[in-house]
Design a binder for this molecule. Structure first.
Ligand code: NAD
Ligand code: USQ
Length: 399
């Protein structure tokens, strides 16, 4: 019998290609999404650079292309606990992949309303899901999409392990004892704060109720198409480029495609972790194939391919496309420069071989951006969300 998997947030940038990839692998997939991301596009008067079709059209196209059906429920998992409980009880999925959160740091810092929305939505979504699993005594393997940003970006030259840190603490007689603790969190936005809080909720429910949980600390996802979304134009994945939702590499690739200078914040000294969207789907497949046992602590994997500095990234895109680089004031409160060294040993030990940036997919993304450039709203490109009202330089005090 095929494995039943529920994909929460399955209309989104990571959720849609993941749902298709799982369906393609023979899983019986159900998507839950309240389409809030499309609603935020309307609120911001911008839309995906790629013309995404409605959920209904997407599912018809997938059935035509693959012969496989994906079920869909339009449901707000943060506000409709009974609705979520009812679908979970009916489907009793073997696994659940949870993407359903407000995921943009700039949007989360935009206004009191967006701060409160991000907090209420993300915390309630994750908590409702955990409560429902306990309430229904479901033994589904929960795979949660967390973020590298949970660790923060002020590490020294040390490597960030997969979630847990080996430390030495003084015992009663002053002797040093070995302990393993959760890596301390240092969130840099309200959005990242919600992920740090998710991180604690997952720990609590795994310990208290024996839930089987994998938490994936994912880096910045780049690219747009995957093996499955390429199969039909109606399956195209979303491509965010605006100042709130566009992430740095996809923004640079799109800016290069339309002849806009690459918007490097400050000196571009921030180093971040990256992963291609195709690898997101692969890693989730690997995580689903390797569930923890009941009673085990939360299994944490860093879902990253490589780390790069923003300035280096801009130079790489400029080299590839001939684009100019512009250094703009940083609207965020972040260090001018940081070091970041991350282990992805957990996934590598399970066979993950990451796609690296210098491979040909960068060009594919530029091509897609060129193809749809007429859909670009240029006024939506600048990042206008300020971390604090007086934050003109964006640099943390003491830098
Ligand atoms: P996205 O905004 O494109 O997708 C999220 C989806 O969840 C949307 O379709 C939205 O409508 C849905 N959703 C949000 N709140 C919901 C609710 N209350 N009920 C039902 N559906 C709801 O975001 P994405 O880029 O696909 O990110 C997915 C997950 O991966 C997020 O949790 C994000 O934090 C994490 N992540 C993303 C990236 C990235 O670079 N995109 C990197 C690391 C981690
Ligand atoms: N940046 C620029 N120019 C731009 C846009 C961004 O220099 O035009 C800089 C930012 O100042 C920041 C870095 O690039 O230093 C990354 O910004 P981003 O918007 O690409 O990524 P971020 O805000 O961290 O958030 C994204 C996703 C989020 C996910 C996170 C993974 O939106 O859902 O959790 O990446 S991570 O960064 O590893 O925490």
């Amino acid at each position: 019998m095929s494995r039943s998997v529920m994909v929460l947030g399955g209309d989104g940038f990571c959720g849609w290609p993941t749902a298709l990839s799982l369906s393609s692998r023979g899983c019986d997939v159900t998507i839950i999404d309240n389409l809030s991301r499309r609603g935020i596009d309307a609120e911001l008067q911008v839309s995906s650079l790629t013309p995404i079709t409605s959920m209904e059209e997407r599912l018809i196209a997938w059935e035509e292309v693959s012969g496989k059906r994906i079920a869909f429920h339009n449901l707000d998992i943060a506000r409709d606990y009974e609705g979520l409980r009812e679908v979970l009880d009916r489907r009793r999925p073997e696994a659940i992949v949870h993407f359903a959160e407000q995921r943009a740091a700039p949007y989360s810092m935009k206004s009191p309303r967006t701060k409160r929305y991000t907090m209420d939505n993300n915390i309630s979504a994750t908590h409702n899901l955990l409560v429902a699993l306990v309430d229904l005594q479901l033994d589904s393997h929960l795979v949660h999409l967390g973020t590298m940003g949970v660790y923060g970006y002020d590490q020294a030259d040390t490597e960030i392990p997969d979630g847990y840190l080996d430390v030495k603490m003084p015992g009663p007689g002053g002797e040093w004892q070995d302990r393993q603790i959760l890596f301390p969190t240092t969130p840099g936005s309200v959005y990242h704060l919600t992920k740090s809080m998710d991180h604690l909720m997952l720990q609590f429910y795994a310990r208290n109720d024996g839930l089987r949980i994998t938490d994936l600390h994912q880096g910045i996802v780049w690219g747009t198409q995957t093996e499955e979304t390429r199969k039909d134009p109606r399956l195209v994945n979303r491509f965010d480029y605006d100042g709130d939702y566009g992430t740095v590499l996809n923004r640079f690739l799109m800016q290069a495609a339309i002849g806009h200078p690459l918007t490097v914040h400050g000196c571009g000294g921030q180093t971040r972790a990256f992963i291609n969207i195709q690898d997101t789907t692969r890693c989730i497949g690997i995580a689903l194939d390797n569930p923890p046992c009941r009673g085990e602590r939360v299994q944490i994997f860093n879902q990253v391919a490589e780390t790069l500095q923003v300035q280096g990234l801009a130079e790489l895109v400029a080299e590839l496309t001939g684009a100019d680089i512009a250094h703009v004031p940083n609207p965020r409160k972040e260090a001018a420069k940081n070091h970041l060294c991350v282990s992805n040993a957990g996934f590598r030990s399970l066979g993950f071989e990451p796609i690296l940036l210098r491979e040909q997919l960068l060009e594919e993304t530029v091509e897609i951006a060129r193809h749809y450039q007429a859909r670009c709203v240029e006024e939506a490109i600048p990042a206008r969300s300020l971390w604090t009202p007086d934050n003109q330089s964006g640099v943390l005090e003491g830098e």
